[in-house]
Design a protein around this ligand. Structure first.
Ligand code: ADP
Length: 166
């Protein structure tokens, strides 16, 4: 059984994340989307909310599970009997940080391989941060997130997000 962990903040989950999940599900027997409890970031959604939004977005994929974790990712991967960590690479700007992270994780545990996948080109500009920024300015993010995430964003921002013009 080949298991991969897909870790991240998922604040909130976007169609870009889901593209990575789908690619992971094609390569591995089991995918665990692991939502990080990261105290150094100030998330918009709570850990429980983020995990619930991911669970709802992936419930049609039988081999995908969701979980949350804190502490070292490699330790979590061992606990979950995972062989690999998967991350998405959007652009050169992601590369340096991701490269550093992958090598540090390898240094801590050689048995766990990090693999990278590139999303569909239309998602290369997409990030949770951009989605939140558009919402804050009252824009429409329905093309970038699943419908239930759009509704959760509307509730969080407390006003209906208008449709984009043109
Ligand atoms: P983190 O705080 O760990 O960066 P994110 O939720 O922002 O968490 O991202 C988790 C992973 O998903 C990272 O590997 C990131 O590069 C990847 N990712 C985020 N958005 C996209 C996207 N639009 N396309 C492909 N990968 C993405």
């Amino acid at each position: 059984m080949r298991t991969v962990i897909y870790p991240g903040s998922f604040d909130p989950v976007t169609n870009g994340h889901l593209d990575v999940v789908q690619r992971a599900a094609r390569l591995f027997d089991r995918v665990i989307v692991a939502v990080a409890e990261n105290d150094s970031k100030q998330p918009l959604f709570t850990l429980a909310e983020r995990q619930k939004l991911v669970a709802q977005a992936t419930r049609h994929l039988a081999t995908v599970q969701t979980d949350c974790f804190k502490g070292l990712l490699v330790d979590y991967a061992v606990r979950r009997k995972a062989n690999a960590i998967i991350r998405g690479l959007r652009a050169v700007s992601d590369f340096e940080f991701e490269f550093q992270l992958a090598l540090i994780n390898r240094r801590m545990n050689e048995a766990i391989e990090t693999i990278f996948v590139m999303p569909k080109d239309t998602y290369t500009f997409l990030s949770s941060r951009i989605v939140k920024e558009i919402c804050r300015l009252g824009g429409d993010v329905r093309a970038f997130v699943p419908a239930h995430v759009h509704h959760a964003l509307q509730r969080k921002f407390g006003f209906p997000l208008r449709a984009a013009k043109g």
